[in-house]
Write a protein that binds this ligand. Structure first.
Ligand code: GLY
Length: 396
């Protein structure tokens, strides 16, 4: 047996999720409501995309220029899978053409979010339709992501130019979700460089981003010349030593998604550590504050982190052995989260351009998207509904 990747201690879970679980009718209602919002927004945005976060509840329309564009395309693929309706596929296929141009022309691709962009648009398209154009675009994006790999440190640099001294050697927990693009690229091309980089990056994340108490740093710096770990630092959280809720959710979901690709069960152990830390810090309704340092009071919730965590708990649950004592707790916690989101956090106004989920936080320290809809929250809420309603193969 291999040694654990991190000696972080798992907290015992404080309480079991109460038995107010969603049933089939509730799920069907929530899915219908989500699809109605997607139809409204398809008419509203045309071939444009929703911005990362809403302003006064409505997403501005943008071109294919942000790190978040893949979430809207991913929602169209989920809607297509859930209904079989051609209109979603037609729109998503037009997006694939746009994503192909984006990587070929290198339009705002100087960052690690290529996985978010291309797994949900082009890898999804390839898996669902076999599109050669989608596969070519996803391979192009994977090549760009691999260029960011720092061999000595064994990490993919998150942001900025590789020579930018402020960004040099910075990895971030969110990148866990970008790694599946690299595994897909190795599988598709037979080129093992992608997989090897992803294996080293996830190991570095496991060893250095996870703290001994099971919380996570948002970002962590390495010395790229020597490969030595330096220090953790937040970017979107409350402080360097607090635990940004969405970062923790990226960890809970990303470690088991990478397990799908590399089979390293130590990643599941780590996801459990993160999950228990997260679940033990939820307020009464089970929807986290934007930073887990807050457990009560007037700070904003981050419904988008809750939706990501719900998908992560479902992924973790399905990956654990049937007899794992925590498996049922994770599935119940995910179900409860989805129920709370659908009953108390969905946008029922029917405004064109509005989100599926209200009450998310994009970037509190920069005062962007506070108590607004965030497009990734909408994506993961829909992914959770689809995961609960049917047998589903992730695009990740
Ligand atoms: N990956 C950036 C964010 O979660 O805001």
């Amino acid at each position: 047996m291999s040694l654990p990747l991190n000696a972080a201690v798992i907290e015992p879970l404080k309480g079991a999720a109460p038995p107010d679980q969603p049933n089939r009718q509730m799920l069907a209602r929530a899915l219908d409501q989500a699809l109605a919002a997607i139809d409204r927004n398809l008419a509203h945005f045309g071939d444009d995309f929703p911005a990362p976060s809403s302003i006064d509840g409505v997403y501005p329309a943008i071109g294919n220029i942000e790190w978040t564009n893949g979430f809207w395309t991913g929602m169209l693929w989920l809607a297509y899978e859930a209904t079989g309706a051609q209109r979603y596929r037609d729109a998503a296929e037009r997006h694939v053409t746009s994503f192909h141009q984006r990587q070929a022309q290198k339009i705002n691709v100087n960052h690690h979010d290529l996985g978010f962009l291309y797994s949900l648009s082009c890898v999804a398209a390839y898996k669902l339709t076999g599109s050669a154009v989608a596969a070519e675009a996803a391979m192009g994006a994977a090549e760009l992501l691999l260029e960011r790999y720092q061999e000595r440190a064994g990490i993919i640099q998150a942001w900025g130019d590789l020579n930018d001294p402020e960004q040099s050697g910075r990895m971030i927990i969110d990148c866990n979700l970008n790694l599946p693009l690299l595994y897909w690229a190795s599988g598709h091309s037979g080129d093992l460089r992608f997989r090897q980089a992803a294996d080293r990056h996830i190991e570095a994340a496991a060893r250095h981003i996870v703290r001994p108490d099971g919380s996570t740093f948002h970002t962590f710096f390495f010395d790229t010349a020597t490969g030595q770990p330096r220090h953790g630092k937040t970017h979107q959280g409350f402080s360097d030593d607090s635990c940004w809720a969405r970062g923790q959710a990226w960890g809970i979901s990303g470690f088991p998604l990478v397990f799908r690709h590399n089979g390293d069960t130590r990643l599941l152990d780590l996801s459990k550590v993160l999950a228990n830390y997260y679940l033990n810090r939820l307020p009464d309704d089970g929807i986290c504050y934007w930073d887990l340092i807050f457990t009560s009071g007037a700070e904003e919730r981050d419904s988008s982190a809750a939706a990501i965590a719900a998908c992560g708990l479902l992924e973790l649950g399905r990956s654990l052995p049937l007899l794992d004592p925590l498996r049922g707790d994770y599935e119940r916690a995910a179900l409860r989260t989805v129920r709370q989101l659908s009953e108390h956090y969905t946008d029922t106004d029917g405004t064109p351009g509005g989100g599926l989920l209200k009450h998310a936080v994009y970037h509190k320290p920069h005062r962007v998207g506070i108590d607004e809809s965030c497009i990734w929250g909408d994506y993961f809420y829909l992914e959770a509904l689809v995961r609960l309603s049917r047998t589903w193969e992730p695009y990740w």
